[in-house]
Ligand binder design. Structure first.
Ligand code: PMP
Length: 307
C-alpha cells in the first residue's frame, strides 16, 4: 500500500489525500492518454532537502504532454513550485513525487475534444524500489516475451500512461517466473529497457548504454553518463544484443525509482562474477553522493527546500 500523506496538489490547490478524486468517465482512465513523471527528493548531508533534477523532470513532463497534444494550463515554473509546495505541505524531507496530467471527463470516444487537461502532484515515502538487497547485491532479470514499443506505434520519448501496459505485462511475467525485473528487447531484437529503468553494461572497461532510439530519455541515465565521464570512464551509446549482455563483465539498471541497481543474472546466466559489479557499485556510490548533496560539482542538479 502507498503510505498516505496529508495532501495532493490538484489543478492548482492542495486537497486532502482522500478527496483527490476523479469521475469514472475521466478520459485517460479509458484510453490511457495521459502523462506522468517520477521524481525523488532526498535528505541532504547538511540537514536540508533537495529534489533531484526537478526542472529537467518537469521539462520532460511538458514534452510528454506536447507529444500527446495535451495543453497543460500551467507553466513549467508553476509545476516546479507546486512540487515543492506539496512536499512542504506533507512535511516530507525525502520521498517520491508523482506528477500526472490527464484528460478529464467530458466527451467519450477516442477524440477527446475540449475535455479539460488536469494535473495532480502526489508525494509519498518510497524506499529502495527493488529493495535494499537489490542495491547491494544485484537482481535477477528475465528477457521478456513482450517486445518494447515500436517507435511509431507508441511515442517512446513520452512518459505516457498507456505505454506502461507493456511494462505491467512484462513485470508480472518476470515476477511470476521468479525473477526481479524484466528486460525488454526492441522491435528489431536489440536490448531496449526494463519496465521502468534504462540499462548499462560494462565490457573491457568501457561502459555502454542503449541509444535513445526506443527508450525513455532517462534522467538517471543522463546523470550517470555525465558522472561516469567526469570520473574518467569511457561511455558509449550503442545498440547491443542480449548475447552481448550475457557475456558482459557487469550490467546495471538505473532509474529515478530504481536508482542504480546492479544486475547479477540474466536468463539464468551469471553476469560477470554473478554479483554486483565494481563499476556499477562505484557509480551507485557516486550517484548517492550527488543526490544527497555531498558532491558540490553537481549542486546545479539540486532544487533545495527546507520544511
Ligand atoms: N525507462 C522507463 C520505461 C521508465 O519508466 C523510466 C522511469 N522513469 C526510465 C527508463 C528511467 O528514467 P528516469 O531515470 O528519468 O527515472
Amino acid at each position: 500500500m502507498v503510505q498516505k500523506v496529508d495532501s495532493i496538489w490538484f489543478d492548482g490547490k492542495l486537497v486532502p489525500w482522500d478527496e483527490a478524486q476523479v469521475h469514472v468517465l475521466t478520459h485517460t482512465l479509458h484510453y490511457g492518454c495521459g502523462v506522468f513523471e517520477g521524481i525523488r527528493a532526498y535528505r541532504l548531508a547538511d540537514g536540508g532537502s533537495a529534489v533531484f533534477r526537478l526542472k529537467e523532470h518537469i521539462h520532460r513532463h511538458f514534452n510528454s504532454a506536447k507529444i500527446l497534444e495535451m495543453q497543460i494550463p500551467f507553466s513549467e515554473e508553476d509545476i516546479c513550485a507546486a512540487v515543492i509546495e506539496t512536499l512542504k505541505a506533507n512535511r516530507m524531507a525525502e520521498g517520491y513525487i508523482r506528477p500526472l496530467s490527464f484528460i478529464g471527463a467530458g466527451v467519450m470516444g477516442v477524440h477527446p475534444g475540449n475535455n479539460p487537461i488536469q494535473t495532480i502532484i502526489a508525494t509519498w515515502p518510497w524506499g529502495a524500489y527493488l529493495g535494499e538487497d537489490a542495491l547491494a547485491k544485484g537482481i535477477r532479470v528475465k528477457t521478456s516475451t513482450f517486445t518494447r514499443h515500436h517507435v511509431n506505434v507508441m511515442m517512446t520519448k513520452a512518459k505516457t500512461c498507456g505505454n506502461y501496459v507493456n511494462s505491467v505485462l512484462a513485470k508480472r511475467e518476470a515476477i511470476a517466473d521468479g525473477y526481479d525485473e524484466a528486460l525488454m528487447l526492441d522491435t528489431e531484437g536489440y536490448v531496449s529497457e526494463a519496465t521502468g529503468e534504462n540499462i548499462f553494461i560494462v565490457r573491457g572497461g568501457v561502459i555502454k548504454t542503449t541509444p535513445l532510439t526506443s527508450v525513455l530519455d532517462g534522467l538517471t541515465r543522463n546523470s550517470l553518463i555525465t558522472l561516469a565521464r567526469d570520473l574518467g570512464y569511457e561511455v558509449v551509446e550503442q545498440r547491443f544484443t542480449r548475447d552481448e549482455l550475457y557475456s558482459a563483465d557487469e550490467a546495471f539498471f538505473c532509474g529515478t525509482a530504481a536508482e542504480v541497481t546492479p544486475i547479477r543474472e540474466v536468463d539464468r546466466r551469471a553476469i560477470g562474477a554473478g554479483k554486483a559489479g565494481e563499476v556499477g557499485l562505484h557509480l551507485q556510490k557516486e550517484y548517492f553522493k550527488v543526490v544527497k548533496g555531498e558532491n558540490p560539482a553537481y549542486a546545479k542538479w539540486l532544487d533545495r527546500y527546507t520544511l
